[in-house]
Design a protein around this ligand. Structure first.
Ligand SMILES: [Zn+2]
Ligand SMILES: [Zn+2]
Ligand SMILES: [Zn+2]
Ligand SMILES: [Zn+2]
Length: 299
């Protein structure tokens, strides 16, 4: 593994601080060895450095510790109703792409450094009755890659890994959609309590743009259609509450919902959304819905 930098350290209150947010001249502590650190100045990359040059410290450990603590915090915030957080990966078992939302899935609480016998897991997600529904390890050692600890194998518990090979992997945590490097089992979405079918994830993406016709600012929504090509009623209501004007229009090819500019009435159809959404947008993740039982828009 190439040289890893110390990009995160603890402040006096044991909060994890990135070098970009740190202040020159203040005292920080190493996440791995707890040694005193300071912000190193005049470097192309802002980073922390130990005050003393003869410390016996492994930056890989510091990277792992900061990653797991930040991940734990992020999941906890999501379970408490804060920012939504999902994971998306390609399944080893069924070969399909899967996505799971931490909010509304089986887990209701998250713990750091959970011990089961002699086996320590970095982050575990538990359900209401304290059963582990997802175990997460942060690994930097490639020998451990894709290996499920015996306990999780025997109990058929979902086990996932984030493999870190440079400090750049900390950027994974800036996203609302995490991409783990390994998941041991095929994670099925929860079942609908009304019809028993598997639920699906849905999100609404909103992008602030200028109308291509008149230049007025407008909110553009990108919505997912269900299996029959209908839009979900809640999604449409939500997009409208964010300022998007969504109307039904009839074309030679049929009827569809489009985004409309409220000033000049120009419309931006689904075909043109891609170029706008490549610019950057807000993702709102709604968790699970049942494609059979949920209501679609009808007007
Ligand atoms: Zn250290
Ligand atoms: Zn699968
Ligand atoms: Zn249903
Ligand atoms: Zn316009």
């Amino acid at each position: 593994m190439k040289n890893i930098l110390y990009l995160i350290a603890n402040d006096n209150n044991r909060n994890f601080i990135t070098a970009a947010d740190a202040k020159t001249g203040e005292e920080y502590f190493c996440c791995a060895c707890n040694g005193k650190m300071h912000l190193e100045e005049n470097q192309s990359v802002l980073r922390f450095i130990h005050n003393s040059s003869d410390v016996n410290c492994d930056p890989k450990i510091a990277l792992r510790i900061s990653f797991k603590n930040l991940l734990h915090k992020k999941i906890e915030a999501c379970l408490n109703g804060g920012d939504r957080l999902t994971m998306r990966w390609k399944c080893n078992s069924c070969n399909n792409p899967h996505e799971m939302s931490f909010y509304g899935w089986k887990g209701t609480q998250v713990r750091l450094d959970h011990m089961i016998g002699a086996c320590k897991t970095d982050v575990v997600l538990l359900n209401r009755t304290d059963e582990i529904v997802l175990a997460i390890d942060i690994i930097t050692d490639s020998k451990l890659k894709n290996k499920t600890p015996q306990y999780y194998k025997e109990n058929d518990t979902a086990y996932t890994q984030f493999f870190l090979n440079s400090e750049k992997t900390l950027k994974i945590l800036d996203k609302k959609r995490l991409v783990p490097s390994f998941i041991s089992v095929c994670l099925q979405p929860p079942e609908c309590t009304q019809c028993g079918n598997n639920m699906e994830m849905h999100h609404v993406d909103i992008c602030s743009v200028m109308c291509y016709e008149c230049g007025a600012p407008m909110q553009l929504a990108s919505l997912e259609e269900d299996r029959s090509g209908y839009l979900n009623k809640d999604d449409v209501e939500f997009a409208r509450s964010k300022g998007a004007i969504i109307e039904k229009r009839t074309f030679s090819a049929g009827t569809m919902y489009v985004n409309v500019c409220k000033k000049c009435n120009s419309l931006i159809g689904p075909l043109h959304l891609g170029e706008y959404f490549s610019e950057g947008y807000d993702e709102y993740e709604f968790g699970y819905y049942c494609p059979e039982c949920s209501e679609s828009v009808s007007e």
